[in-house]
Design a protein around this ligand. Structure first.
Ligand SMILES: *Cc1c(COP(=O)(O)O)cnc(C)c1O
Length: 370
């Protein structure tokens, strides 16, 4: 296969068998497809141990659609949402709340600083009108891991509701409803489950979803309506992404065969360590402290050399078979490298070699390497 390896936060490099699962057409009314959807939802709930308390509502579209649907469906229209903000995906939630006409209380953090449970606790104590906290788990904009167990405990102790954007951590970083109470947790087909993009899903506490009837401002985004219809008919409202669901079924089978969450965490952690060690040896510095770095995507400082230019660097690394990702920080020049997808440490070693060779071709010198 001569296609480049995607070292990005999604779409990702997928297994051959996952792509092959899409080589067939499914009727959306057909019982076989309904059974496929039901089995995928069952597996997704079981990843967080939510069988007794939670339901899974799939939604057509990319992950952002599902985050917006969760907020629009679950947050009462006259309510306030606390958003601990340490990066681009937190900021996206703030923008969504603006569109949805829900009040946001933004708790600003530095981008290299994990969300602080003590500050969240103080903000909830100070404002009883805040009903929900919207927390990004792994902030993919930088790769920082926010302390979800501690944040969930604070939110629960204050009697508020938690909505988690676990898009880039789901299936990798352990999350269990027993020790992390949440009303909703949002993820998608095309991230760490190693499916293809096109379907988001929300794992919702059943009691919270039942209360959210006719709250959503939008028909297409109404998770209660999607769930109620699916309960009644086994079908999706509106055309389902049939091939995406079939690929996710196969990706979930591989996930289980490979050892589930602990195995995926182990592989991604090894990918991440291989990448970071190799990049350190080349002279690169990481933006996020190792103690709070998630093994998902790593932000590196760009070389401080006039010969460096990201588009040119990108082109040369791509020529050698690897697709990098631009940085998402406004104040510092960076780029990102993903550790996720159907890739292993050997791929990461080759990627580091390609990066080193590209710098050499460009005549870029890293000061810390000298
Ligand atoms: C990928 C991602 C999303 C969704 O982004 P899409 O481009 O809509 O797929 C949301 N939140 C986080 C943290 C993500 O990593």
């Amino acid at each position: 296969m001569n296609e480049p390896v995607l070292l990005t936060p999604g779409p990702l490099t997928t297994a051959d068998s996952t792509r092959e699962a899409m080589l067939r057409d499914w009727g959306s009314w057909d019982a076989a497809f309904n059974a496929l959807t039901a089995s995928v939802c069952r597996d997704l709930i079981s990843i967080v141990g939510g069988e007794d308390s939670h339901v899974c509502v799939p939604l057509q579209g990319s992950g952002t659609f599902a985050v917006e649907a969760a907020l629009g469906t679950l947050v009462p229209r006259d309510s306030k949402v606390l958003v601990p903000n340490n990066g681009a995906y937190c900021q996206r939630i703030v923008r969504m709340l603006g569109y949805l006409d829900r009040q946001a209380v933004v708790l600003k953090h530095r981008e290299d600083e994990p969300a602080d449970p003590a500050r969240i606790d103080a903000a909830l104590a100070a404002d009883p009108a805040i009903s929900h906290v919207a927390q990004v788990h792994c902030e993919t904009g930088t790769g920082i891991l926010n302390p979800l167990p501690q944040i969930a405990a604070v939110v629960a102790a204050r009697g508020r509701h938690l909505i988690v954007d676990a898009m880039s951590s789901f299936g990798v970083v352990p999350i269990n409803v027993r020790d992390i109470p949440f009303d909703a947790l949002v993820a998608a087909s095309g991230k760490c489950l190693e499916g293809v993009p096109g379907m988001g899903f929300v794992i919702v506490r059943r009691a919270a979803l039942e209360l959210a009837i006719e709250n959503c401002h939008s028909l297409a985004m109404d998770l209660h309506d999607q769930w109620a219809y699916m309960q009644k008919t086994g079908q999706w409202r509106f055309t389902p992404p049939t091939h995406v669901v079939a690929a996710l079924r196969q990706a979930l089978d591989l996930y289980a065969q490979q050892g589930g969450q602990p195995a995926r965490l182990a592989r991604y952690s090894e990918n991440c360590a291989t990448l970071v060690n190799g990049m350190h040896a080349l002279g690169f510095r990481t933006f996020i402290d190792a103690a709070v770095q998630a093994p998902i995507i790593v932000t590196f400082h760009a070389p401080a050399d006039a010969a460096y230019d990201f588009p040119e660097f990108y082109r040369r690394v791509r020529e050698k078979g690897f697709i990098l990702y631009p940085g998402k920080l406004t104040s510092v020049d960076t780029f990102r490298v993903g550790c996720i997808g159907a890739i292993d440490p050997e791929v990461m070693r080759r990627a580091v070699a390609a990066i080193g060779a590209s710098l050499k071709e460009m005549g870029v010198i890293l000061r810390s390497a000298a």
